[in-house]
Design a protein around this ligand. Structure first.
Ligand code: NAP
Length: 538
């Protein structure tokens, strides 16, 4: 293993976000000998979506054996699927065990990150006014962190209590109340059964039915528990088996492959078994290809919809009134509480942060037609900036931790490329990024996401910006080593006052140096007061 040395010191790094991506990155940086990093977290605790989503019934639908880092076992021997508080506890435990707390700045929301071409550093500014100057900035803020609340007409008129599923109001006791849940995605499927058991009346507003497949038995049977206890290696085998099964069975659904029809059959049979009422069954039957939206994995949503105190409303919402929700058929559904299970602002990557790269380029403008990044991680004109769980890297069919770990490994390798003699900042070449995007778009065209359904995978204009369109093995393969031809080093550019005698900034000519040839004639990065091995705060 090459040690990471940037001109005799380790690079300074700011990691934005402390969910699975940010913490995983931090652990691996430490293991690579880099202690000079700070994790900037806008929340009051680590955990990302697993801290924010506390709605009743919240949990994972990927078994805990797989939904965990490869370097830190989290394997329940009794429960197949982890509950939200268990996943959060696992992340907190990782933060403790790997000594990440002392790198962590909580309640520290990042407002902007700006690249300084004269020093080759990033200045990360927080909402609270702190400024951190670092060599490298990494964003691990996920895609599901900003709630989407539709702008229904008359929303302000409603006199009851409203909240989003990811901002659950635990002070609001729903016992005996009349409640509306808007949305029927994965979050709604988990919370509706819980709300239904408390509320006097529950209206579930469905715009589009989800494909729902059964969640296998949640508790392991006694033989499995005993076997896991006696032969711990079996748990590693189970992890591997779940990964392979998801890849072999769920993945082909996305490309309309062999398992699409059997999976549709499984979903239809699940519906038929759990919903005896033919009218309700018809309302819950999707008319778009399975996999176009994320498949819901759940066995308690349908039975909840059949309860006498629950009504599925399929008429379109027209407006909110002071006492409830009016649908386009003229009916007013009187409620005192509205829960928005309406998803997230998933296509506005990194918003509302302002990211300014080389030549004053703003990431928001670069991405105005939809976010894109080389391997989902690097963007041309934004040197030494890495995205974790960036564009087109999220999965609906397997563990996202697998993708994060591939990215973390790759980013560490990128940092190593810059060590041992290389100067300047690492940046993906525009042509490599364009070529990657062309190939990615070709793959996306082969998926069912292009079919007529609307989902959080797409921008309003229909561009698929969120999920990875190939197998995870393919992603792992693409990231097994850094393709040096895809990157160049960007030298520092003296500030305007230090222009060369001709008056032209020299960087334009210098930019684009090939890797791995060491840029011996590139001006060394000037010593900068902020480039100490530890972060500086101003
Ligand atoms: P979602 O899948 O985006 O679902 C949002 C729901 O709100 C959809 O039913 C949508 O209807 C509806 N909606 C949005 N705008 C609406 C409007 N203007 N009028 C009426 N209905 C509207 O969001 P989510 O359920 O929060 O799940 C998001 C993702 O989080 C999931 O796909 C999954 O990746 C993750 N998640 C995972 C788990 C887990 O078990 N691991 C649990 C929860 C969430 P349309 O379908 O018509 O757009």
């Amino acid at each position: 293993m090459t040690t990471m040395s940037w001109a005799g010191r380790t690079p300074t790094v700011a990691i934005v976000g402390s969910g699975f991506a940010g913490l995983g990155m931090a652990v691996r940086l430490k293991q690579a000998g880099v202690e000079s990093f700070t994790i900037l977290e806008k929340g009051a605790e680590v955990g990302g979506v697993w801290r924010d989503n506390t709605y009743p019934g919240c949990g994972g639908d990927v078994p805990s054996h797989l939904y965990s880092y490869s370097f830190e076992k989290y394997r329940s021997t009794s429960q197949r699927y982890p509950a939200q508080r268990e996943i959060l506890g696992y992340l907190q435990q990782v933060a403790e065990k790997y000594g990440l707390r002392r790198h962590l700045r909580l309640n520290c929301e990042v407002a902007s990150a700006r690249y300084d071409e004269s020093t080759g550093t990033w200045t990360v500014a927080t909402v609270g006014g702190e400024r951190h100057t670092v060599d490298v900035v990494m964003f691990g803020v996920g895609q599901l962190d900003r709630p989407h609340v539709p702008d229904f007409a008359g929303r302000e008129a409603f006199r009851g209590v409203t909240f989003h599923s990811a901002r659950w109001d635990h002070d609001r006791d729903l016992t005996g109340r009349d409640v509306a849940v808007i949305g029927t995605g994965s979050s709604a499927a988990q919370l509706v059964p819980q709300v239904a058991s408390q509320a006097r009346r529950l209206y579930v507003f469905q715009r589009t039915p989800s494909w729902v497949i059964p969640k296998p038995r949640e508790r392991f049977g006694s033989p499995t528990r005993l076997a896991f206890g006696w032969f711990p290696a079996l748990q590693a085998a189970y992890r591997c088996g779940v990964y392979l099964a998801a890849e072999a069975v769920l993945w082909p659904v996305v490309v309309g492959g062999w398992s699409a029809s059997p999976m549709k059959w499984v979903a239809r049979r699940h519906l038929a078994r759990q919903v005896p009422d033919p009218r309700l069954r018809r309302q819950l039957t999707p008319d778009y290809p399975i996999g176009c939206k994320r498949i819901v994995i759940d066995s308690s949503f349908y039975p909840a919809l059949s309860r006498p105190n629950v009504e599925l409303v399929t008429a379109k919402i027209a407006r909110m009134t002071d006492t409830g929700i009016q649908t386009e058929d003229g009916l007013v559904h009187r409620v005192d509480t509205i829960v928005y299970a309406t998803g997230f602002r998933t296509t506005e990557f990194l918003a509302p942060m302002e990211i300014v790269g080389r030549d004053g380029r703003k990431l928001r403008e670069e991405w105005k037609d939809g976010a894109q990044a080389y391997l989902g991680m690097a963007v041309s004109h934004f040197p030494n900036l890495f995205l974790l769980h960036g564009p087109n890297t999220i999965l609906g069919h397997n563990s996202n931790i697998f993708m994060i770990e591939c990215q973390v490994r790759y980013v560490i390798e990128c940092l190593r490329v810059l060590s041992n003699g290389h100067r300047g900042s690492l940046e993906v070449r525009p042509e490599a990024m364009a070529d990657y995007q062309r190939r990615l778009d070709r793959s996306i065209r082969r998926t069912v996401w292009r079919a007529g359904c609307q989902s959080w995978y797409k921008t309003d204009a229909g561009r698929v910006t969120n999920p990875w369109p190939r197998s995870t093995v393919r992603y792992w393969w693409s990231l097994r080593q850094v393709d040096r031809a895809a990157f160049h080093t960007v030298p520092t550019r003296p500030a305007a006052a230090n222009l060369s005698r001709s008056g032209a900034p020299p960087a334009a000519a210098d930019a684009g140096r090939l890797l791995p040839a060491p840029d011996t004639d590139t001006p060394a990065r000037p010593a900068h007061p902020d480039r100490s091995a530890t972060l500086t705060r101003r």
